[in-house]
Design a protein around this ligand. Structure first.
Ligand code: SF4
Length: 388
């Protein structure tokens, strides 16, 4: 199957947030971006075909740090490397404080459909603790600017489980977010990684993190508020107004091939999962030497491909796993791959059998890792079955 989606990583940020473990470099001067685009151009020249794209996602980092000329150059490079004439969804990530009328107008006229805003919280104390460079007022003005520029699809990222966050402050964040009626919301539970400022504090037991019970209450509060506001809970961590699912992320959850370019970017191409180097020096060397990470990556095993298809598909709470599509892709049925585990999970009430589809039970969402662990190592796998 040929890729119909592209992820582009733009790694520069004004400041590194306390919890961030993404591939990010602090921007000191705009020429860093020019140099990065020079190398992106080299990488794009090694994509073997000018594939037509359905979805394009520019993430980071803070892609909205590209000035108008840099954004136009990026657009030109992407247009040369890919056929964008059938593009259904182009998402561009932005941090609220960086959105200006000039940039928004440029995004709109280039064909950007959707802006994903790194909102995280509407509590300014929490934003400061996170090391964010925006405040809640910036979110409101960013939404106004985007709307005036004619960009109707706006997604918010929010985080719960922050140090010092309480149920009332989380509820305040949800309420403020809903007042702005974004078309989409992604809600993340904070993960503290070792190589971050908060990871360092946690190792010294100096980080005041909420208890697991509070996290579960935060999640449930979100489920209730968003449902009452008419949002569809279509994926474990994602909600949308009807019809506004993220088409790009659906490609990930359907486990279909996609290309990814840029430092540290991860793709799935020619049945290989690949990752570009996460160091800029190594990434630049790879681009200059005309090498590609996907050519070096080992092909996926059938078992890994099946497991990923099952885990990712079950994350889609309305759509779930389609039995017929699974059988068509793998040449064996879900039941034959999991002859004992599937009936057991259905019997336990963790999975719902809807005939054509298999769904994660809403009550099992918070403990979905248990379901996914049970589905590791399919007991009925026929090793000789064709991978595609
Ligand atoms: S803005 Fe996002 S990508 Fe940049 S440092 Fe903060 S969390 Fe990381």
């Amino acid at each position: 199957m040929e890729p119909r989606s592209l992820y582009v990583h733009l790694p520069f940020c004004l400041h590194k947030c306390s919890y961030c473990d993404f591939t990010v470099r602090v921007l000191h001067q705009s020429t860093q971006i020019d140099r990065y685009l020079d190398h992106l151009e080299l990488e794009l020249q090694h994509i073997p075909q000018r594939y037509p794209l359905d979805t394009l996602y520019c993430g980071g980092g803070t892609p909205s740090l590209l000035n108008t000329a840099q954004f136009q150059r990026l657009h030109t490079l992407l247009n040369q490397a890919f056929d964008l004439s059938q593009l259904q969804e182009w998402t561009f990530e932005a941090n609220p404080e960086t959105v200006t009328p000039l940039l928004a107008t440029g995004w709109k006229s280039a064909g950007v459909h959707r802006i994903s805003l790194g909102v995280q919280s509407f509590d300014d104390q929490e934003l400061m603790a996170c090391g964010r460079t925006h405040r809640s007022e910036h979110v409101k003005s960013a939404v106004e600017i985007l709307t005036q520029a004619g960009i109707a699809q706006i997604s918010f990222d929010l985080i719960y489980g922050l140090p010092g966050q309480t149920l009332p402050t989380w509820e305040h964040t949800l309420e403020q977010a809903l007042l702005l009626r974004p078309t989409h919301l992604s809600l993340y539970c904070l993960e503290v990684h070792n190589q971050t400022a908060w990871g360092y504090l946690e190792q010294q037991q100096r980080l005041d993190l909420p208890e697991d019970e509070t996290l579960a209450q935060c999640y449930q509060l979100a489920v209730d508020h968003l449902q009452a506001a008419g949002y569809q809970h279509y994926e474990i961590a994602n909600w949308c107004r009807p019809g506004y699912q993220s088409a790009h992320n659906l490609a990930y959850w359907h486990n279909v091939p996609y290309l990814a370019v840029g430092v540290g970017a991860h793709g799935y191409y020619q049945n290989r999962r690949y990752a570009n180097p996460s160091s800029l020096t190594a990434y630049y060397a790879q681009c200059q030497q005309g090498q590609t990470a996907w050519a070096e990556a080992p092909p996926m095993t059938l078992q890994a491909e099946i497991e990923e298809t099952v885990f990712l598909g079950l994350r889609l709470l309305d759509e779930g796993l389609d039995r017929a599509k699974f059988a068509q892709r793998f040449g064996q049925t879900l039941e034959s791959v999991y002859p004992q585990t599937l009936p057991q999970l259905i019997h336990n009430g963790q999975l719902i059998d809807q005939g054509q589809r298999l769904l994660l039970h809403p009550d099992a969402v918070l403990t979905s890792n248990e379901v996914f662990s049970a589905l590791l190592e399919p007991e009925g796998l026929t090793p000789e079955a064709a991978p595609n």
